[in-house]
Ligand binder design. Structure first.
Ligand SMILES: *Cc1c(COP(=O)(O)O)cnc(C)c1O
Length: 424
């Protein structure tokens, strides 16, 4: 049995997360249901703290990976900062007790209203992604009689060697400002009275398994920082983004310490504060999606297991052809003692799309009513879910030792059309 997920134990009769069996979670909250482990979230964050021990560093959790308030609460209590990409995410961070003074605002299309909201909250820094945004932010800050702390997100033009949809550091990407343009833009920013130049930022992609591209990006950034210093522009922090991958299947994934070591080597003896923006590596392997087998359909060329979770609950397989381990977590009781024959199954949801699958060709012994866990689903799972096919979004539960805390109740059908109206 696979146990790449932290705090998941598939051994023995009753698979569990921390001290709680998944059968108990399903009995109390139903399925589909996202299940998270507080211990796993804590140890993932702690790995960053340990790797950065003795350095002036800020770890800003990238909220978009999973924005549930309870998850933000866990990280806020651990002292984390937050990397946000919208006014909505800022509101979540504040509602969860996050410190606005540790909030970074990233993203290519911040609206004026979002800029105002963040300035009023007193965030740590805006990661500015274009010349136009620099001018707008300056104007908004002056209207409010404030100075906006800014970094430029610089595109180091390195190939992160990841899925093209999640590579963000190439010249052709919509993100950041070109490396060659950065010096002139910093000079412009330094002239604008509504801006206070604070740092520099880069983020080259997601699900990175090799630290070399990030270290190469860091080296380019450091060269730029030195050129800025020579120009009279001193920076307070260097933000090296997020992007560390997790093990979904059998990928060779460096530990946080192994991944950061070459970056920290580049940063040795530097006075600037170090900032990181990890998302997936803090939550991905701290969560799973629990789903029940509705029925089995044995066809001529394929066997299907139709489950009650679908692409609206977990879009990654349909969107990126992503692979998630799928484990039967019913325990040995499920088949009344006689195991069903093991077969190769297409694990599919009820949605009317051929792309609605959670896994292809999975060798599993299944019976209707069995409980399955779709593993490593803590990042970009619930956060990307939708109501497609008028499906209420799943419940979410946080396990803490032997306690289960409902952290989002399942939506009801009437909530799904509560904002709609009939014609007069
Ligand atoms: C998505 C994102 C992150 C987090 O990326 P992960 O791969 O989840 O670590 C960090 N910074 C920015 C700017 C992002 O867009």
């Amino acid at each position: 049995m696979t146990a790449r997920m932290t705090a998941f134990s598939g051994e023995g009769e009753l698979p569990r997360v921390e001290g709680v069996t998944l059968a108990d979670v399903a009995a109390r909250f139903g399925t589909p249901c996202y299940v998270y482990s507080r211990a796993a979230l804590t140890s993932a964050y702690q790995a960053y703290r340990d790797a950065l021990a003795g350095r002036d560093a800020l770890v800003c959790y990238a909220v978009k990976a999973n924005s549930n308030l309870a998850i933000l609460d866990v990280f806020a209590r651990l002292g984390a900062g937050f990397d946000i990409v919208s006014g909505g995410e800022l509101a979540r961070v504040l509602a969860a007790g996050g410190d606005p003074g540790k909030v970074l605002f990233s993203g290519v299309g911040k609206s004026r209203a979002e800029m105002r909201q963040a300035l009023e909250a007193g965030i740590f820094c805006f990661n500015v992604e274009s010349a136009a945004e620099l001018e707008t932010l300056n104007a908004v800050a002056l209207e409010l009689g404030r100075q906006a702390p800014v970094s430029l997100r610089v595109n180091p033009d390195v190939d992160a060697r990841t899925h093209p949809y999640i590579a963000t550091g190439l010249k052709s990407s919509k993100f950041g400002v070109p490396f060659e343009a950065a010096l002139a833009l910093y000079r412009r920013a330094a002239e604008l009275p509504g801006l206070a130049v604070r740092g520099i930022d880069c983020h080259i992609g997601s699900q990175l398994l090799d630290p070399a591209p990030a270290a190469a990006a860091a080296a380019k950034i450091v060269g730029l920082v030195d050129a800025l210093t020579a120009d009279g522009i001193d920076l307070h922090h260097i933000d090296l983004g997020g992007g560390l991958g997790i093990r979904y299947r059998d990928e060779a994934v460096p530990t946080v310490a192994e991944y950061l070591a070459p970056l920290l080597a580049v940063m040795r003896d530097r006075k600037e504060q170090l900032v990181f923006e990890p998302g997936r590596s803090l939550v991905g392997n701290a969560g799973l999606l629990l789903t029940r087998v509705e029925l089995l359909k044995h066809g001529e060329s394929k066997n299907f297991a139709v489950v009650d979770a679908a692409m609206n609950d977990l879009a990654r397989p349909a969107l990126y052809d992503a692979w998630h381990a799928i484990v039967n977590v019913s325990g040995k009781v499920s088949h009344g003692g006689t195991p069903a024959p093991s077969r190769s199954y297409e694990i599919v949801g009820p949605i009317c799309e051929s792309g609605d699958f959670l896994g292809h060709a999975r060798e599993l012994s299944l019976a209707p009513g069995d409980l399955l866990a779709v593993m490593s689903a803590g990042a970009y799972g619930m956060a990307m879910s939708s109501n497609y096919n008028t499906r209420p979004r799943a419940a979410e539960v946080m396990i803490d030792g032997d306690r289960m805390h409902p952290i989002r109740r399942r939506e009801t059908i009437t909530e799904l059309f509560a904002n709609e109206s009939l014609l007069p």
